[in-house]
Design a binder for this molecule. Structure first.
Ligand SMILES: *[C@@H]1O[C@H](CO)[C@@H](O)[C@H](O)[C@H]1NC(C)=O
Ligand SMILES: *[C@@H]1O[C@H](CO)[C@@H](O)[C@H](O)[C@H]1NC(C)=O
Ligand SMILES: *[C@@H]1O[C@H](CO)[C@@H](O)[C@H](O)[C@H]1NC(C)=O
Length: 390
């Protein structure tokens, strides 16, 4: 990472306090529900600065510069115009924003963010064996879990101390796994010039390939959950996948116009059915974990339902309903083109990101993340509730 970027980041961190949306107000003085730390695992949905300390490439090569971070004084490595769900959760808990693990000089008193944009639930090696080689980072879930263990080993003297630390912690395991599927889709995705029916058939083929991955992806999340619970985690949140058929990057690359492929929400029905398949398998795994660890709160965060609520209530929630499936920043149909991703030459950001659900076609805007966090953590879409609010 170059020096200029480093200085930009330090500046951004310095300015975070005053730039956070005022709805949240100042950090509360006391802890909420005894939670003093957050440990987060995941991908670009919750990365607060790890990938930019590796080497952003491919679709993620632009995240280290504007317009990423345009609403929070510049880029921080967050894949949005501003803050993410994890930031809203930290702020609501009265905790400082979660620092990225790869920022070696950061303060980790109140937790660590291990999430890396582009990360997968399966290791790069496991995906390569399946013929899937589009990895933007090697920091998959197993690597993030190793970082967690290293961190705990270096900040405690015994497994009992780790248990004590985790007793007052919130552990967020995901969303992770979405990229395993993204990379699988990219392998077989409809290419330009295809006839309408061909595009539908190719989408079906992509879904079939991704479906083969579901048991392994879910098992990998469940295995990580077991390790965390065995180490002493008592509050674990496991989020499901988004309704990917409503997401601009999928809508644009699928390039399907046949109205029969769309559901009443204007989303590609087969892709949403795939996301629900993953979510059903994940919920089964969560149910099994609850039986095995009856004393822990193991919550399922329903990103799928929350996203649909955002789409259906778009206007009332302050979004431009007509552009709820269009990215704010990008180019082309749905304002998403893989070759002209937000930040690339020829791609531009809208003037009013707050009116959009999608920021760059793949990730959501700060406004949408704030609404989602509210629905999930106060509004009951994470079940059972992992946090008792005052
Ligand atoms: C991941 O690891 C492989 C094998 O060590 C390496 O060739 C590749 O460059 C790495 N990829 C990234 C994005 O770091
Ligand atoms: C671990 O033990 C050392 C030596 O007894 C002590 O100085 C240190 O404070 C301990 N660390 C923690 C995190 O308790
Ligand atoms: C979308 O598909 C049509 C034919 O169905 C094709 O003419 C067009 O080039 C495709 N567009 C993209 C961006 O792939």
């Amino acid at each position: 990472m170059d020096l200029l970027l480093g200085r930009g980041l330090a500046m951004a961190a310095f300015l975070l306090a005053d730039s956070f949306p005022s709805r949240l107000g100042a950090a509360e003085a006391a802890t909420v529900d005894g939670i003093t730390a957050i440990y987060n695992f995941g991908d670009s949905i919750s990365d607060t600065g790890n990938l930019i300390r590796e080497r952003p490439s491919g679709l993620l090569q632009y995240i280290a510069k504007l317009p990423y971070g345009m609403d929070i004084h510049g880029p921080t490595g967050r894949c949005s115009d501003g803050y993410l769900m994890i930031d809203f959760v930290a702020k609501d808990l009265g905790l400082p924003l979660l620092n990225p693990y790869l920022d070696r000089s950061a303060d980790f008193t109140h937790g660590v963010n291990f999430a890396v944009a582009g990360a997968t639930a399966l290791s790069t090696a496991a995906l390569t064996k399946k013929g899937i080689t589009i990895a933007l980072t090697n920091s998959s879930l197993d690597v993030q879990l190793k970082w967690f263990k290293d961190f705990m080993a270096s900040t405690t003297n015994s497994s009992q101390e780790i248990r004590e630390k985790l007793a007052s912690s919130l552990v967020m395991l995901g969303e992770i796994g979405g990229n395993d599927y993204n990379y699988a889709f990219l392998h077989t995705w409809p290419t330009a010039g295809g006839h309408g029916l061909d595009n539908l058939a190719r989408m079906a083929k992509s879904i079939a390939l991704a479906t083969e991955l579901v048991p392994q992806v879910v098992q990998s999340v469940a295995n990580a959950a077991k390790e965390l619970l065995d180490m002493g985690a008592v509050r674990l949140v496991i989020p499901g996948n988004f309704p990917i058929g409503c997401v601009p990057s999928y809508l644009a690359t699928a390039n399907i116009t046949d109205p029969l492929a769309f559901d009443a929400d204007g989303c590609l029905a087969p892709l949403n059915a795939f996301a629900e398949l993953h979510n059903a398998a994940l919920r089964d795994a969560v149910a099994a974990l609850r039986r095995a660890y009856p004393r822990a709160v193991i919550a399922y965060a329903d990103y799928f339902a929350a996203y649909l609520r955002v789409l259906r209530g778009a206007r009332a929630l302050g979004f431009d309903a007509a552009r709820a499936r269009t990215a704010c920043c990008g180019a082309g149909a749905y304002n998403f083109e893989a070759g002209r991703m937000c930040g690339a030459p020829g791609a531009g950001a809208c003037a009013d990101p707050g009116a959009f659900v999608s920021w760059d076609g793949v990730h959501m805007t700060q406004h949408a993340y704030g609404v989602m966090a509210e629905m999930l953590y106060r509004g009951g879409l994470t079940d059972p509730a992992p946090i008792k609010w005052p």
